[in-house]
Design a protein. Structure first.
Length: 260
């Protein structure tokens, strides 16, 4: 298999990445050797050797019986390094603090990754009743406020045909429904997720246009029980102002590496 540019894919490296992604996707559900071998269509002996190598280097961990496998600590350390080294994340963090202090709600920074959005930074709500969120979480882009804000920055022709995965009964699962919502977002200037990703949670998403098309977005998530028309207006006003500050600060930044 060849990649763009004519470079041949290294099969062992690709298999290692696939294994780590599979273990990461399982979360708190450890896997057995045969499960992993079957999932990746790899001989049991080859999978065992690969697992032992990754255990020795800290990328995979195993239980005391040596029969269950999960993602290792090295993955966390490497992921943290990504966040620490990313100039966009560093630049946006103070503004997430500002939005959090002004609104008292949960604030997110996310980045589009294929058809998903990865959460890069989060500021938790000050309130007892709060949303559930964590750095490193991934959601399909069509599901939440972050993803829809970023999809609206792109031509509808790039959307897959569907049907799309439903996270709640309110998720937009057809291409026609999503296209209609994106048209509204473009006119309004921000996205709204009304319990489409998580029941009981409303999100407001704002694309950060320091890249074209935008790759990053910020959002504010609030429990339905605490959302009044007045509070919604306050959220939109604060988040618009914060977005303008982030984009203004980024416009003057020089010497940034432009990763692809």
């Amino acid at each position: 298999m060849s990649e763009p540019g004519g470079v041949r894919e290294v099969k062992s490296a690709a298999r290692t990445v696939e294994l780590l992604e599979l273990l990461a996707a399982r979360g708190d559900r450890p896997a057995r050797l045969q499960e992993l071998a079957d999932e990746l269509d790899v001989p049991r002996s080859s999978m065992y050797a690969l697992l032992q190598t990754l255990i020795a280097h800290g990328w995979v961990r195993t239980d005391i019986t040596g029969s269950l496998y999960g993602i290792g600590l090295r993955a966390l350390l490497t992921g943290t390094s990504y966040l620490d080294s990313d100039p966009r994340v560093r630049a946006v963090r103070p503004y997430l603090d500002e939005a959090s202090q002004a609104l008292g709600e949960t604030i997110h920074l996310g980045r589009l990754d294929g058809r998903d959005v990865a959460y890069l930074a989060t500021r938790e709500s000050h309130e007892y009743l709060r949303t559930i969120s964590r750095v490193g979480r991934r959601l399909p882009a069509h599901v939440g406020a972050l993803g829809k804000a970023l999809l609206a920055e792109r031509p509808d022709a790039e959307l897959p045909d569907g049907p799309y995965e439903a996270a709640t009964p309110n998720t937009l699962t057809t291409r026609e429904a999503l296209v209609a919502d994106l048209a509204v977002i473009r006119v309004r200037g921000y996205s709204v997720d009304r319990q489409e990703g998580v029941l009981g949670i409303v999100g407001f998403g704002f694309a950060l246009r320091y890249d074209r098309p935008a790759l990053d977005a910020i959002s504010c998530s609030v429990p339905v029980a605490r959302l009044t028309p007045g509070h919604e207006g306050e959220i939109v006003a604060v988040m618009r102002e914060v977005r303008a500050k982030i984009e203004g600060a980024s416009a003057g930044a020089g010497g940034t590496v432009h990763w692809r």
